[in-house]
Ligand binder design. Structure first.
Ligand code: ACO
Length: 292
């Protein structure tokens, strides 16, 4: 019991440093009274473990580029994106993905606070129209994450991208097309029986909600929908170290990797994204048996 008390005291002191409001809560109720609430102890220990892990991660891996902060975490649900959600979803992406996806950052896609990239907006809207995309939304209606999905039919020739007038976004599209084709060849050889592939194209989480498993949950639910709708495979082309880490955690297999340093034009690397984003990787997983 005394071991438990001292552990709780240490944990409480630790959390007080981060949460002044917790401090007030603790003195209002009295620590002895709080001890009787085992859920509160679990909460404190969970927060402590979370902060310890964050500080360890922070030492080895820098956080993603600075993003606007959002209200404190609150309950949320994952649900399908409907066509009527298009405007708020695009506005969410403008605030986060457009500004903080590693390749967008590397080419300085968005130069001014309020500017946008219409070509990337169109690219995103196309996926929403496929009707298999998901978002995480809080009870109060704040979008905190999206996973925009599309479909690939292995028996149909891949769509050729039209010429893009935006030189920065065009560079990104060129890389995605190049790596995408290389990945498709490998996938076709490895999974010749698969027709329909569920393709997670854009994954983005609110800066204030990162590292809490939202991306994993969005991709897990995407996999679930894919399974229900008879897709044979799910595929994710990851331009970020963190999306790759999330999808690897879900047991996906990496079938292709292109180090950014090896993707060159005139002997020069085209993209030099921030550490730890050093490669574009393609992950897949078989999600259901395909019909003969
Ligand atoms: N520092 C250290 N680790 C981190 C960080 C961070 N800043 N962010 C995520 N991680 C780790 C998590 O701990 C977790 O690893 P673990 O399972 O080993 O603990 C893994 O990365 C993913 O964790 P999630 O919490 O599920 O991911 P999150 O909800 O934070 O979202 C995402 C990840 C979507 C990549 C987010 O960082 C983001 O929006 N980044 C900017 C946009 C972007 O790069 N999108 C992906 C491009 S690729 C594509 O769209 C398919």
């Amino acid at each position: 019991m005394s071991k438990c008390l001292s552990q709780f005291w240490r944990t409480t002191q630790f959390v007080k440093g981060y949460y002044p409001s917790f401090s007030r809560l603790s003195s209002n109720y009295g620590e002895n009274q709080m001890l009787r609430h085992s859920n509160t102890i679990k909460f404190v220990q969970h927060q402590r473990a979370w902060f310890m892990k964050k500080s360890e991660d922070a030492m080895s891996v820098p956080s993603t580029p600075s993003t606007p902060t959002s209200p404190a975490p609150e309950p949320y649900e994952i649900r399908a994106i409907k066509e009527t959600d298009q405007e708020p979803v695009i506005s969410f992406l403008r605030k986060f993905f457009f500004k903080d996806e590693p390749l967008n950052v590397a080419v300085k896609l968005i130069e001014f606070k309020d500017s946008t990239c219409v070509e990337l907006e169109e690219f995103s809207i196309k996926s929403i129209k496929d009707g298999i995309s998901l978002m995480a939304i809080t009870n109060s209606g704040n979008i905190i994450g999206v996973c925009l999905n599309g479909k690939i039919d292995q028996n149909e020739p891949e769509e050729e991208e039209e010429e893009c007038p935006n030189p920065k976004f065009s560079k990104i599209l060129k890389l995605l097309a190049y790596a995408g084709k290389e990945g498709s060849k490998i996938i076709a050889e490895k999974y010749p029986d698969v027709e329909k592939i569920m393709f997670a194209k854009i994954l983005s989480v609110d800066g204030a909600w990162r590292g809490k498993g939202i991306a994993k949950e969005l991709m897990d639910r995407t996999r679930h929908i894919g399974r229900e709708q008879g897709y044979g495979l799910m595929r994710v082309d990851c331009t970020s170290y963190f999306s790759a880490r999330a999808i690897a955690r879900l047991g996906f297999e990496c079938v292709y990797e292109l180090k950014y340093a090896d993707y060159k034009e005139n002997g020069q690397a085209v993209f030099v994204p921030e550490h730890p984003h050093n490669a574009l990787t393609i992950y897949v997983q078989r999600i259901s048996c395909t019909s003969p």
